[in-house]
Write a protein that binds this ligand. Structure first.
Ligand code: C5P
Length: 213
């Protein structure tokens, strides 16, 4: 059983990379951000305050897999709200077992698992076989996200995206519980000047080196 843990900043390209690695190695893939987004979306729909730790944790405890399929989860406002509910220790605790089970007991026919998020290599799977930490220049990440949001039909300026990205980075990196940071044994990958294909090749070299001993 092989576990690949991929953490990194917002719009660094870690999700695309994780998906490609999972397809290449025949592993299951979990976008852990979706769990936080699903909790946030429920909170927004049910008019629950995002700073209400107890109520948000209840939503996290009652999440079901179909909650993860709604395309609205990809939107900018839900992502912002996700980073607010993600600061609550009880929300994180409620989502822990699901993520660890996904990593340790991949469904057939998968031979391993790739998980991406903020705390996979540090908290969820500290014993992962391979850990990657993906980052890129904030201006480049904002440009990528801006184009993505325009593609979803959202009306937003580049400057707003850059400001939100910086706020999100700060919130994710400075929260008390499970802050975003590279695990000590993570391989760092800066995708600022890499195409998706080049980032995938670089990541594959790291994974192959580990898998082939
Ligand atoms: O990766 P994504 O943008 O979908 O994540 C949304 C938010 O969920 C992040 O900004 C972060 O606050 C939170 N998150 C987290 N831990 C994870 C994955 C996501 O705190 N493992």
């Amino acid at each position: 059983m092989t576990i690949i843990a991929i953490d990194g900043t917002f719009s660094s390209g870690k999700g695309t990379l994780a998906k490609k690695l999972a397809a290449h190695y025949g592993f299951g893939y979990l976008d852990s951000g979706k769990l936080y987004r699903a909790v946030a979306h429920k909170a927004l729909t049910d008019h629950i305050a995002l700073d209400d730790n107890v109520a948000c944790a209840k939503l996290a405890q009652t999440l079901i897999s179909s909650d993860l399929n709604d395309p609205i989860l990809k939107s900018g406002p839900v992502g912002e709200a996700a980073s607010k509910v993600a600061v609550h220790p009880d929300v994180r605790a409620a989502l822990l077992t699901f993520q660890q089970d996904f990593a340790n007991k991949p469904a057939k026919p998968f031979k391993g698992a790739v998980l991406d998020g903020r705390d996979i290599g540090t908290v969820i799977c500290p014993n992962a076989d391979v850990k990657l930490y993906v980052d890129a220049d904030p201006n480049i990440r904002a440009e990528r996200r801006y184009k993505e949001l325009l593609g979803y039909g959202e009306s937003i300026t580049y400057a707003e995206v850059l400001a939100q990205l910086s706020e999100r980075d700060t919130r994710d990196m400075t929260r008390a519980k499970s802050p975003l940071k590279p695990a000590n044994d993570a391989h760092l990958l800066d995708t600022s000047n890499l195409s998706i294909e080049a980032a995938f090749e670089a990541a594959k070299m790291v994974v192959d080196a580990v898998l082939n001993g």
